[in-house]
Design a protein around this ligand. Structure first.
Ligand SMILES: Cc1cc2nc3c(=O)[nH]c(=O)nc-3n(C[C@H](O)[C@H](O)[C@H](O)COP(=O)(O)OP(=O)(O)OC[C@H]3O[C@@H](n4cnc5c(N)ncnc54)[C@H](O)[C@@H]3O)c2cc1C
Length: 383
């Protein structure tokens, strides 16, 4: 079905099963979100109300285990795709919120479960993930930017992260710091929930981005920030991250597949008028749709066992995520070629998706990171 065929004036029904949840998400995406997408993209409007509506519908907790979720990763990915089809920035923030909920639930820390997790799942509380740096560190791309000094009852953390999204007053994010042994990093890390309003936390405005402006993205500077037991996610962090890394990457796929679907929609939108000449283009919508459907089938299968810790499974997830990125870049570019000048207008979602697809390719794991990991894991000694 094309986006243009879907009803625009719809209100979100209450979600009680997967179909209801996706119908509710579609209603939010095509209703209030479609109205705000320009100001999210151009003016940096942070759509807190939309995120809360999506969370209340269960869209950012479907992957979590009961009692807050349905344990259905593919449903969460589909919901993210429905939203990304309309607004990639909001789809990205769904991933931020969704993966932060995953950190909390998988921590097993009672202080991050119960009421705290319920408030997160329902969207009363919002959060993100400062995990690009640690994920790149584990892939041997860069060193850790935060340092944690053990003290009575917890850690004192210092350091700066250049950009973390879905932040604001009262928000939080999952983060990792290298634990210090004296002045030098010991070979272990601590993962914790970093709270934006707490003493020692400074949020810094970022320079303008080419897309993703309304994503509540800030630099974070920590000066003697105290982490107590109530906010510990994992220590040591490495075994925990090894357990959740496939789920972390897999969940992102909804962003790439959704933006791709939006690009295909916009190719069909001009088919009646321009098909006579567009037929000479390479990446046609029917072929892209077939490739996307097959990719979604692979993602659906992988989403059945998101915590499979085998190397083969992780490679399959990295391959799917890399395919999402490549397909998204190709589809967004082809949509622009199909739409021509109308797609090149600043108000057109077609040119916005080109910029959004570039983000899919550079957000961690960026395409170069994915390829490095796949090459490393393909060697027999890799873990
Ligand atoms: C809009 C936006 C939102 C993001 N949201 C998050 C998030 O929520 N959580 C998260 O952990 N990461 C976030 N990131 C970071 C992102 O995931 C990537 O890590 C980042 O885009 C760089 O990836 P790269 O692998 O291409 O590194 P490269 O571009 O190869 O860069 C290498 C290193 O240099 C740093 N760097 C490059 N240019 C600058 C600069 N001008 N100022 C400061 N540092 C710089 C990069 O951060 C990186 O660590 C966000 C980035 C952007 C642009």
């Amino acid at each position: 079905m094309h986006l243009a065929d879907l009803p625009r004036d719809v209100t979100a029904p209450a979600a009680s099963g997967p179909d209801d949840l996706l119908a509710a998400v579609r209603a939010i995406a095509l209703g209030p979100l479609a109205q705000q997408v320009q100001s999210i993209d151009r003016d940096g409007h942070y759509p807190a109300g939309i995120l809360k509506q999506l969370a209340a519908a269960g869209a950012m907790s479907a992957h979590l285990d009961a009692p807050v979720g349905a344990g259905d990763f593919f449903l969460a990915i589909q919901a993210m795709a429905q939203v990304s089809r309309v607004c990639g920035a909001t789809g990205f923030m769904m991933w931020c919120q969704g993966v932060c909920g995953l950190y909390m639930q998988q921590s097993g820390n009672p202080a991050l479960l119960g009421d705290a997790l319920a408030r997160h799942a329902s969207g009363e509380a919002l959060g993100g993930t400062a995990m690009s740096n640690p994920m790149k560190n584990y892939a041997r791309i860069e060193s850790l930017l935060l340092r944690a000094k053990p003290v009575e009852g917890g850690f004192i953390v210092n350091g700066t992260l250049p950009w973390v999204s879905n932040l604001g007053d009262g928000h939080y994010c999952g983060a990792v710091a290298a634990v210090l042994d004296g002045e030098t990093p010991a070979s272990r890390e601590v993962m914790f929930l970093l709270r934006c309003g707490a003493p020692g936390v400074e949020l810094r405005e970022c320079p303008s981005f080419s897309a993703m402006e309304g994503t509540g993205t800030y630099g974070i500077r920590l000066k003697d920030y105290f982490v107590g037991a109530a906010d510990l996610i994992a220590e040591p962090a490495r075994p925990y991250i090894a357990r959740i890394r496939a789920a972390f990457v897999l969940l992102q796929c909804g962003m790439g597949t959704g933006i791709t679907q939006g690009a295909i929609d916009s190719m069909w939108d001009v088919e009646a008028r321009l098909g006579h000449v567009n037929q000479f283009l390479d990446e046609r919508p029917d072929a892209l749709q077939a490739e996307l459907d097959a990719l979604n089938g692979r993602i659906r299968d992988l989403a059945k066992t998101p915590f499979d810790s085998s190397v083969d499974f992780f490679i399959a997830v990295l391959e799917a995520r890399a395919h999402c990125t490549e397909l998204c870049l190709r589809a967004a570019q082809s949509a622009l070629l199909h739409q021509g000048a109308r797609g090149y207008l600043m108000v057109s979602p077609v040119q916005r998706r080109v910029r959004e697809s570039h983000f899919v390719a550079i957000v961690t794991p960026a395409i170069k990171h994915l390829r490095k990991e796949m090459a490393r894991l393909a060697t027999p000694a890799a873990a």
